[in-house]
Design a binder for this molecule. Structure first.
Ligand code: RVP
Length: 499
């Protein structure tokens, strides 16, 4: 039988020794569950759930809108990075939130006096922002909802000078503001309408349902998506810093961001506490994840200050040189154990950030009390990460760089017109990672590995894994034994790469 977390870490503490992923693995135990029976539901923060315990990192080579969309579609969440203007980041949040459009709370309207040419212009502009509306609610000069301009109305209009009022069908449906998704589905189904604009008591536009999205929600086809139950929209998080965060946070919240992530290298610092207090004061209904820390004391202080989630990990990232440059940091498994113990039972989501190299590391991180794992390197080579695929030494690769690298800091400083950052001391490097194809395939392998780990340990849920897991610590010979050895690898496998 392995060692419980308390046994293992008190023995290690007695030796003043900290450990990370390779050093420890989970002990196997009696199991009456099959991997596919494991339930991976968990939390990201106090009020924001996940269907799988994976989070994509707030990095400019990892998470922009396409990554955040696929993460939420697959059950996790993406944190959109902040190395861009607040308006651009808010537009990405909007793109994720409106991707499924259970309820479009602020649909873009057209006026009855607009020409079809101007509507086509509007469509083009929205497309550039990443939005693709097919139908537009039409308003009269008093702002009252008069009907719907559909894709067909635009398509079959052969004269672009015609007015919206001349083209729309007056028979299109509209519905009162508190129409539920179920009611909207029934109405649209009955009358074969693809969109249903909503009006308030004064007849003013106050939202719109799109049939394709409503149908997917009502018929349960979205069961793996991580969606906001109230609106049917995909969940998304976004990073903010501790300087000039006010405007950024306001725009992000306005677009419906689910979690604000105070994204710093040192979460246990005065400016972070001030930022947390201000965000909590301004937006009491938005969950705030704070990081990064690696000491139990720091996690406790953040919990006392009101954090809804805490990101653990300092210096363990694959592109990170903080430990080398600044001489600080704690090996990730010890950091996770200490931080998760420090805030246990308080409903706070612990996110293990950085250093995970394969699915086994994810299971270990979860077993050490974290609720989710954030990764950059694991996702940076996929289609959904920003950047293009290039060839280096005959291998297809994508760029992956630390946010504290010279390149990322320079790009950020340019985007923000900030001369200060260009002179900063880098704590990260720039690299490439192998091209990996679709996120869905990468996630399937990672999640399959976590499920296998839960099967071996007999843990039906992540909560049970926290309680049940026992551990083994390996010697260096043990670590070598745990990887393919003494053979010549002839074929790549999708979930293991020689490092
Ligand atoms: P990894 O998944 O091991 O590639 O690590 C990703 C994490 O590394 C990020 O989520 C972040 O916490 C950290 N990071 C990002 N940039 C840098 C840096 O430049 N030092 N570190």
């Amino acid at each position: 039988m392995g060692y419980t977390r308390q046994e293992l870490f008190s023995a290690l503490r007695a030796q003043a020794l900290d450990v990370t992923f390779d050093d420890i693995r989970l002990a196997t135990g009696y199991s009456d569950i099959l991997p596919e029976e494991a339930n991976l539901e968990t939390i990201f923060t106090r009020n924001v759930k996940l269907k799988i315990p994976l989070v994509s990192a707030a990095m400019d080579t990892v998470t922009e809108a396409p990554m955040a969309i696929v993460m939420a579609l697959l059950g996790g969440i993406g944190v959109i990075h902040k190395a861009m203007k607040p308006q651009a980041q808010a537009a990405m949040v909007r793109r994720v939130r409106t991707y499924l459009n259970g309820l479009i709370s602020n649909p873009t309207p057209v006026l009855d006096t607009d020409t079809i040419a101007s509507v086509k212009d509007l469509k083009r502009r929205l497309l550039e922002e990443g939005l693709e509306p097919h139908s537009f609610p039409a308003l009269d000069s008093n702002g009252k909802l008069i009907g719907l301009l559909t894709r067909e109305d635009i398509y079959f209009c052969m004269n672009d000078d015609r007015l919206v009022s001349e083209v729309i069908e007056p028979t299109h449906l509209k519905a009162p503001k508190n129409t539920t998704i179920q009611e909207a589905f029934q109405e649209m189904l009955k009358y074969h309408e693809k969109a249903l604009p909503l009006h308030d008591d004064a007849g003013m536009l106050c939202g719109m349902y799109a049939f394709s999205d409503v149908a997917r929600i009502v018929t349960g086809k979205q069961h793996m998506h991580n969606i906001d139950e109230k609106t049917g929209q995909l969940r998304v998080a976004a990073a903010v810093g501790t300087r000039d965060f006010e405007e950024r946070a306001e725009l992000l919240v306005r677009e419906g961001v689910d979690v604000l992530v105070i994204d710093t290298a040192h979460g246990d610092s005065r400016r972070v506490y001030e930022t947390l207090a201000e965000l909590k004061r301004q937006y009491p209904d938005v969950d705030i994840m704070v990081g990064n820390v690696s000491e139990g004391e720091s996690a406790r202080r953040l919990a006392d200050a009101g954090a809804d989630g805490i990101k653990v990990g300092q210096g363990g990232g694959s592109i990170c040189t903080t430990r080398v440059v600044a001489g600080v940091g704690c090996p990730q498994c010890s950091a996770l154990h200490e931080c998760s113990c420090a805030v246990e039972g308080r409903g706070i989501g612990i996110c293990s950030d950085g250093g995970a190299r394969n699915s086994g590391d994810l299971t270990v991180a979860l077993a050490l009390g974290s609720h989710s794992v954030m990764a950059g390197r694991l996702f940076a080579g996929t289609d959904e990460a920003p950047g293009t695929v290039t060839k280096v030494d005959n291998n297809w690769v994508k760029e992956y760089r630390g946010m504290g690298s010279v390149g990322a800091m320079k790009a950020n400083a340019e985007a923000m017109h900030d001369r200060y950052q260009q002179k900063a001391v880098p704590e990260g490097i720039e690299s490439v990672v192998p091209y990996q194809g679709k996120m869905a395939d990468v996630i399937a392998q990672l999640i399959g590995g976590v499920r296998a780990g839960m099967g071996y340990t007999g843990a039906r849920t992540i909560e049970e894994l926290h309680k049940k897991a026992t551990f083994r610590r390996a010697s260096s010979a043990g670590i070598a034994e745990g990887r393919p050895h003494d053979v010549i690898v002839t074929k790549q496998t999708p979930n293991y790469r020689e490092s």
